[in-house]
Design a protein around this ligand. Structure first.
Ligand SMILES: [Zn+2]
Length: 218
């Protein structure tokens, strides 16, 4: 089956009750067109006083690019729910799938006969022949002080990215410039260049399109 919002919502509720003692707050559940990953738990991170970090603004996204057995789709949702549990309880794991993650995964697998895995790559490989080879692009998301968000696709050259960012930040209108790696075909519509310009498409749903993007730290 292919993930749907009603499916994700009903399973989230059932698993929250059965496996997480109803301890998880409701979270936005979305569908994505990600090709390289089946699920993602996205969040924002802010620094508090004394070097503490807070995670907030969570979202679980499940790809609709794969037709999987229902139980495998459930295991993928459970995988993301474990990430959500750890992050929303402000716990620090030893790595992305570190000690805390593995302990929860093992406990749920044993207690409920699930098959949650660290990666569900097997499913990706089984279906990869049916999907196009993804094209990775460097995408800049630019936040202006007036609240508008612009998009720019850039060449994969660190120096050009730095020059683009510092060039834009010279403008008083620009608040934040962030870079991402994205394989979302949505970004194919933008010309790739390092010119100091910006696009404001009519359907600005970049959060959806950047769901599986990886932030680039320069
Ligand atoms: Zn994971």
């Amino acid at each position: 089956m292919i993930a749907t919002i009603p499916f994700l919502e009903s399973r989230f509720k059932a698993f929250n009750h059965a496996c997480f003692a109803d301890s998880l707050a409701p979270v936005p559940l979305r569908l994505s067109r990600a090709v390289r990953s089946l699920g993602a738990c996205t969040y924002k991170k802010r620094r508090l006083l004394f070097g503490k970090v807070e995670y907030y603004d969570f979202c679980i996204r499940i790809s609709t690019q794969y037709d999987l057995p229902e139980s495998e789709l459930e295991d993928i949702l459970l995988h993301e729910m474990i990430h959500y549990e750890i992050l929303s309880k402000q716990q620090q794991d030893s790595s992305a799938h570190g000690r805390l993650f593995r302990a929860r995964m093992k406990a749920i697998n044993e207690q409920f006969g699930r098959h949650i895995a660290i990666t569900h790559r097997g499913a990706l490989q089984r279906t990869s022949a049916a999907t196009q080879k993804p094209v990775w692009r460097v995408v800049a998301r630019v936040r202006l002080h007036d609240g508008r968000i612009g998009i720019k696709v850039l060449p994969r050259i660190a120096q050009r990215l730095k020059a683009y960012r510092s060039g834009l930040l010279h403008s008083r209108e620009v608040a934040v410039v962030e870079f991402f790696w994205s394989d979302d075909p949505y970004f194919a519509r933008f010309p790739k260049s390092s010119a100091l310009n910006l696009f404001f498409p009519a359907d600005p749903d970049f959060d959806q399109n950047l769901a599986t993007a990886r932030p680039i730290d320069l």
